[in-house]
Design a binder for this molecule. Structure first.
Ligand code: PLP
Length: 435
C-alpha cells in the first residue's frame, strides 16, 4: 500500500521540505502527499525506505535496461572506481564505447560524450548551427528532448493555447527569451504536407530538424516511415541537418530506432541505457559534421568541455551494459513488451474501460481513451483521462508495480515471464478496481 503518514517516506519528505524547493528533486515521479523514497534496488525490484518491494517498470526513466545492480555492470563500475573515478585525461574505455556505438549505429562515424541526454541534444543543435551557418531549429510539437531552452519549446502546448493553425512556439519555463521562441519552428508530427511547408518557409534560417522517432509525449507512437523519409529528403534538399534523438529509442534495436525505420540521420543523440545506470549522453554522426568538435587543429567550431564528460566509471559500466545487450536480449525485451501491451489491452477490455496501450518493443504507454493517436494533439489527455491515469499509477503502486506518472513503462532484461505476468495481472486488477 501507499506509505501512511507515519512512514519513513512521509518523515523524509517533511525533512526534505526544509532544504529542497517543494521538498523534491525527482519532480517527474513526485506524488502527493509525499513521494515514496527508494532504499535499494536489485534486478527488477526496488525496495522503499519502509521495506516494501515493488516491480520497477520505469527503470529510471528507461535508463536501466538491465534493471538494478546487474552483477557484471556493478563489477565493472566498482573495478573502475578502485582505479580512479575521473581524470583530466582520456581513458581507453571511452574509445571502446565510442567504437561500440560506431559499430552498431550505421549513421554514427564519430562520437562526443556528454553527461546527459539534455547536453547531447544541446551539442547536436550547436553542431547543426555551426555546420550550416544557420540559427533556427525545428522540432515536433510536444516532443521532449531534455531541458535545453530550444528543445523545451512547445512542451506546454495545450488545447488552451494551441489554436487552429500551425503549432506555436510556446515557452515552457517562465522567462524563456523571445529570441529562443523565434528560433524554434514547431512541426506537427507525422504530417508531411504541413511539415514540408514549414521547412520550406524557414529554409534560409533553419539549421536542423530534431525528431524522436517514437516520442513519448506525443503518445509513444512511431513516426511513419514516410514521415522520416520526407524529413531526410527535405533536410538534404534545403541544406539542414537531420538530428534523430535516440536518447530513449536506442533500447529498441542495436542499430537504434533509425535501423528499424530505415532512416539515416546526420546526427544522433543517445544517452540513458548507454551509461549502465550512470549519468550519460552522447552525440554522434557523420564524421564531416562531427569535425565541428575537433580541437586537434586549433579552436574547434563548437568548443565542448565538461568536467565529467566521458567519465571512466560511466564508460566502464556503460560498455558492460551495452555488451550484455546483444541481439537476443533485444529480441527478448521487445517480445516481452509486445506481450505486456496485449495484456494491458485485454485488461482494459476486461474492465470495460476505454483505453489503449501504445509503444514499440519494451516501451509502453497507457492511455485512458480509444481515440486514434496521430500526433501530440490527438494523444493529449482530457483532465478526466489524466485523473484516471493518476489513479491507475496509484492502484498499481498499491499492487506492487511502479510506473511513471504519465503512463510510461520501460521493461528491463531483469524481468522474466513470471514478472511480466505479475505486471499484467496487476493491470487487470487495478483497472477492474477503477471501473
Ligand atoms: N531526449 C529524449 C527523447 C528524452 O526522453 C530525454 C529524457 O527523458 C532527453 C533527451 C534528456 O535526457 P536527460 O534526462 O539525460 O537529460
Amino acid at each position: 500500500m501507499y506509505p501512511d503518514s507515519q512512514s519513513r517516506s512521509s518523515q523524509l519528505y517533511a525533512r526534505a521540505k526544509h532544504s529542497l524547493p517543494g521538498g523534491n528533486t525527482r519532480t517527474t515521479v513526485f506524488m502527493k502527499p509525499y513521494p515514496i523514497y527508494a532504499a535499494s534496488g536489485a534486478g527488477c525490484r526496488v525496495v522503499d525506505v519502509d521495506g516494501v518491494s515493488r516491480i520497477d517498470c520505469i527503470n529510471n526513466f528507461t535508463a536501466l535496461i538491465h534493471g538494478h545492480g546487474q552483477p557484471e555492470v556493478v563489477a565493472a563500475a566498482c573495478a573502475q572506481i578502485a582505479r580512479g573515478t575521473s581524470f583530466g585525461m582520456p581513458t581507453e574505455a571511452e574509445i571502446e564505447l565510442a567504437e561500440l556505438l560506431c559499430a552498431r549505429v550505421a549513421s554514427i562515424e564519430a562520437v562526443r560524450f556528454t553527461n546527459s541526454g539534455t547536453e547531447a541534444v544541446m551539442m547536436a543543435i550547436k553542431a547543426a548551427r555551426a555546420f550550416t551557418g544557420k540559427r533556427k531549429i525545428a522540432k515536433v510539437e510536444g516532443a521532449y528532448h531534455g531541458s535545453y531552452d530550444y528543445a523545451e519549446t512547445s512542451l506546454d502546448a495545450t488545447p488552451a493555447n494551441w489554436g487552429e493553425g500551425s503549432p506555436l512556439s510556446v515557452p515552457y519555463a517562465q522567462g524563456t527569451p523571445q529570441g529562443v521562441l523565434d528560433d524554434v519552428v514547431v512541426l506537427p508530427f507525422n504530417d508531411i504536407e504541413a511539415t514540408e511547408a514549414l521547412l520550406r518557409t524557414h529554409a534560409a534560417s533553419l539549421a536542423g530538424v530534431l525528431v524522436d522517432p517514437v516520442p513519448n509525449r506525443v503518445g509513444l507512437i512511431p513516426a511513419s516511415e514516410a514521415y522520416l523519409a520526407a524529413l531526410r529528403r527535405l533536410t538534404t534538399e534545403l541544406g539542414m541537418l537531420l538530428i534523430i534523438d535516440e536518447v530513449i529509442t536506442l533500447r529498441l534495436a542495436s542499430g537504434g530506432a533509425q535501423s528499424r525505420y530505415g532512416v539515416v540521420p546526420d546526427l544522433t543523440t543517445v544517452g540513458k541505457i548507454m551509461g549502465g545506470g550512470f549519468p550519460v549522453g552522447a552525440v554522434g554522426g557523420r564524421a564531416e559534421v562531427m569535425a565541428v568538435f575537433d580541437p586537434s587543429t586549433g579552436r574547434p567550431a563548437v568548443p565542448h568541455g565538461g568536467t565529467f564528460s566521458a567519465n571512466p566509471v560511466t564508460m566502464a559500466a556503460g560498455l558492460t551494459a551495452m555488451r550484455l545487450l546483444d541481439e537476443a536480449a533485444h529480441a527478448r525485451l521487445n517480445a516481452q513488451g509486445d506481450r505486456l501491451r496485449d495484456m494491458i489491452r485485454a485488461a482494459f477490455a476486461n474492465a470495460g474501460l476505454p483505453g489503449q496501450a501504445t509503444g514499440v518493443g519494451s516501451l509502453i504507454k497507457v492511455h485512458f481513451h480509444a481515440r486514434p493517436i496521430r500526433d501530440y494533439r490527438s494523444a493529449f489527455p482530457t483532465a478526466e483521462e489524466q485523473g484516471l491515469l493518476s489513479r491507475l499509477v496509484l492502484e498499481l503502486l498499491n499492487r506492487g508495480v511502479i510506473t511513471a506518472s504519465y503512463g510510461l513503462i520501460a521493461l528491463s532484461s531483469a524481468m522474466d515471464d513470471a514478472d511480466i505476468a505479475t505486471i499484467g495481472a496487476a493491470f487487470d486488477d487495478a483497472l477492474r478496481a477503477i471501473a
